[in-house]
Design a protein around this ligand. Structure first.
Ligand code: UDX
Length: 437
């Protein structure tokens, strides 16, 4: 099929790469002309495993074209996906100015039937507004359909998530729109959930909120574990093996971050309020998540006592492993708070340092974990990159001023670390030797 993707961000680029890989001709549009000219040369602005390979391959065989012209996109495609970001306004409400603009521009360039598909995460009823906007600007003279097809891609595994989805959600109002999308996704052989547009829009917000709720739930349990000396990893395993609960998203830590969960939870609280429902549960989910960072800071303070003039070594800056994304990364708030107390920060991340340099001041960025540890008063883990799981701990112990590890992602086994001679503090982990010290 000939399709267009409007927006060359994470979602737009991954969608472009994967649809072209599946044999479609894709035009990817962005109004950032600098980004587009780099993409034309094969320079990918983000790190996402597998993305570059797909884009380079399909640029070469001419299945992908990058452009800044919506007119070109509308003229040459039957299906147009909107995959632009919907940033949060000051009160958490999603800013839909971009979506409205694009809907208008699509309408003004339409000459015949088009299917316009929302892929961005948008409040329920946005599809209705997109439809009205297009109707107004085409003066009701041209046939079109609007559909909702939310993405569930996780950064770091987005290509794999696209190619092997748990389900594909298709929200449509006509058989024609339904048939086009079913055909487009046929090669993926995934379960389809075909529903109306509003339900599809809600599925996206509801899934992200549910996942965030799972994380805050286990983080709340971790606090109880810390108080009574139980182990949250074992508790999570015990509850997660119940198939009704499931093991995923039960890792306690410094809280969720990223470009989706924090923004989507705010937006959902806001949408609910607007339509007359006070989503108290989600407010608490958000509160627990915010507190989790403070709780982690307190652990560092309780161990180091005075932070002024202490050197703290930090491993991991991205909001999760396998991405260079630091949007809403817990590392940023934690590092800034430590600096406010007078601590000096040394940090290392395999991919996110370039982006972190633009946000963090006075941090010494190091070339590896060992340089971070050299003469630091403690080692703090904020992101669970695989390479941090297998370090030379004897070397680490020699390099640190004192053998102290505070692990915000529970990547090590407390007993093993203690055996190696470390004082080890995790989140809700059983560390009886030190808890009552
Ligand atoms: C999320 C959704 O998973 C995806 O479906 C949606 O399309 C976009 O938002 P993403 O933000 O890429 O994806 O990351 P995800 O893997 O969901 O993790 C989000 C945050 O939760 C990260 O900060 C991660 O560290 C944290 N997390 C996740 C936990 O703290 N504990 C867990 O058990 C799982």
């Amino acid at each position: 099929m000939n399709i267009s993707i409007i927006g060359a961000g994470y979602v737009g680029l991954v969608t472009t790469a994967c649809f072209s890989e599946l044999g479609n001709k894709v035009i990817c549009i962005d109004n950032d002309t600098k980004k587009i000219s780099l993409l034309k040369k094969g320079v990918i602005p983000i790190y996402e495993p597998g993305l570059e390979e797909f884009i380079l391959k399909n640029l070469k065989n001419k299945r992908i074209k990058f452009s800044s012209s919506i007119k070109e996109a509308v003229n040459n495609s039957q299906v147009i996906f909107i995959a632009i970001s919907t940033p949060a306004l000051a009160d958490g409400e999603a800013d839909l100015t971009g979506i409205e603009n694009i809907a208008r521009n699509i309408a003004l360039n339409m000459t015949g039937y088009r299917l316009i598909v929302e892929k961005s995460t948008v409040p329920v009823e946005t599809g209705q507004w997109v439809k009205q906007t297009i109707q107004i600007y085409t003066k009701d003279k041209i046939k079109f359909d609007v559909a909702s097809n939310p993405e569930f891609l996780r950064e770091g595994s987005a290509i794999n998530d696209f190619m092997h989805p748990d389900r594909i959600v298709i929200g449509v109002e006509s058989k024609r729109a339904r048939d086009i999308l079913v055909e487009l996704y046929k090669p993926l052989k995934a379960p389809l959930v075909i529903t109306d547009i509003k339900s599809a829009e809600l599925i996206k917000h509801a899934s992200n909120s549910f996942l965030a709720t799972k994380i805050s739930f286990i983080n709340a349990i971790s606090r109880i574990c810390d108080k009574v000396g139980a182990d949250v990893v074992e508790v999570a395993e015990g509850i997660g093996l119940d198939k009704r609960i499931g093991k995923a998203f039960l890792n306690a830590g410094v809280g969720y971050g990223g470009s989706c969960f924090p923004k989507d939870i705010d937006a959902f609280i806001n949408i609910s309020k607007k339509i007359g429902y006070d989503f108290e549960l989600l407010k608490i989910v958000k509160k627990i998540n915010e507190e989790q960072k403070e709780f982690f800071l307190q652990k560092i303070k309780d161990t180091l006592w005075i932070l002024k003039d202490k050197t703290i070594g930090v491993l991991g800056l991205s909001f999760k492993p396998n991405t260079d994304d630091i949007r809403n990364a817990p590392s940023i708030d934690i590092i800034k708070a430590l600096q406010n107390e007078g601590a000096f920060i040394k940090a290392y991340d395999p991919y996110a340092m370039e982006k972190a340099r633009l946000i963090l001041d006075k941090v010494r960025f190091c070339r590896d974990a060992y340089e971070v540890c050299k003469n630091s008063d403690c080692l703090v883990i904020i992101t669970e990159w695989d390479e941090f799981k297998e370090l030379d701990f004897l070397r680490i112990k020699r390099l640190l001023k004192r053998p102290l590890i505070i692990d915000g992602r529970n990547i090590y086994e407390p007993k093993a670390m203690e055996k190696l001679g470390f004082r080890y503090i995790g989140i809700g982990r059983k560390t009886p030797k030190y808890l009552n010290e």
